[in-house]
Design a binder for this molecule. Structure first.
Ligand code: BG6
Ligand code: MG
Length: 215
């Protein structure tokens, strides 16, 4: 049988950490004197820490910061985020994900992580899922952030699986774009309007157990 893989995004797909990224940016924005609300949050999903900072500063109309100042703000947000996830455990695994991974392994899919987050591996270890993954590609292993497909192609290359035999699971428009850009199939988790370029969209992670896999 030909090898095939499922590449999972992390935040908002495997674990419920997307809300902590949002809350950490919101706290930073409040300290900078503006309100960062959920209307901006969709744009932060999937993109790198520095690109997220650019989006947050844009929302607050904050201009003219030096690279050092930007780095310091990004570091501050990350320290808030790390504090918020310090007690993360398996209760934050999103519903159905553990069962879905078991089902995929029974069906002989390789399992990979393809996450922009530099905390990707650490989070999988904290929630007890790291051993289930054949390969973990997180923000420490890539230079190009989604919508660039590097985070997915590196995983497929390490597994030796052609891109057309990989399925990406994503909750972010930037991640769906990345999968499409390298010829991978994509299952979106969330709003069909936002994730319209995915092959299949389920409303939430529970829906993954009921779908017909595209390959
Ligand atoms: C992505 C999240 O998975 O990782 C983004 O969707 C986040 O919101 C990005 O900014 C980078 O994460 P980190 O942990 O490296 O700041
Ligand atoms: Mg995500």
């Amino acid at each position: 049988m030909n090898k095939k893989a499922v590449i999972f995004d992390l935040d908002g797909v495997v674990v419920n950490t997307a809300k902590y990224h949002y809350l950490a940016w919101k706290k930073l924005a409040a300290e900078l004197g503006f309100v960062f609300d959920e209307s901006h949050n969709e744009k932060l999903k999937g993109v790198s820490r520095m690109e997220s900072l650019r989006i947050v500063l844009d929302a607050g109309e904050i201009k003219g910061l030096s690279d050092e100042e930007k780095q310091s703000l990004a570091d501050r947000k990350n320290s808030y985020y790390l504090d918020m996830i310090s007690t993360l455990d398996e209760s934050e695994i999103l519903p159905g994900i553990t069962e879905f991974i078991c089902k995929l392994k029974d069906e002989r899919y390789k399992i990979a992580l393809g996450s922009a987050s530099k905390s990707g591996r650490m989070i999988l270890e904290k929630v007890g899922l790291a051993q289930q993954f054949d390969i973990i590609v997180d923000g420490n292993r890539v230079e190009q952030a989604k919508p660039n497909p590097q985070v997915f192609t590196v995983g497929a290359d390490l597994l030796g699986i052609p891109y057309g035999s990989c399925i990406v699971i994503e909750d972010a428009a930037a991640g769906v774009e990345a999968a499409v850009a390298c010829g991978m199939k994509c299952i979106g988790v969330g709003s069909a309007d936002i994730l319209c370029r995915a092959n299949i969209v389920v409303a939430d992670t529970r829906g993954l157990l009921g779908i017909q896999m595209p390959i």
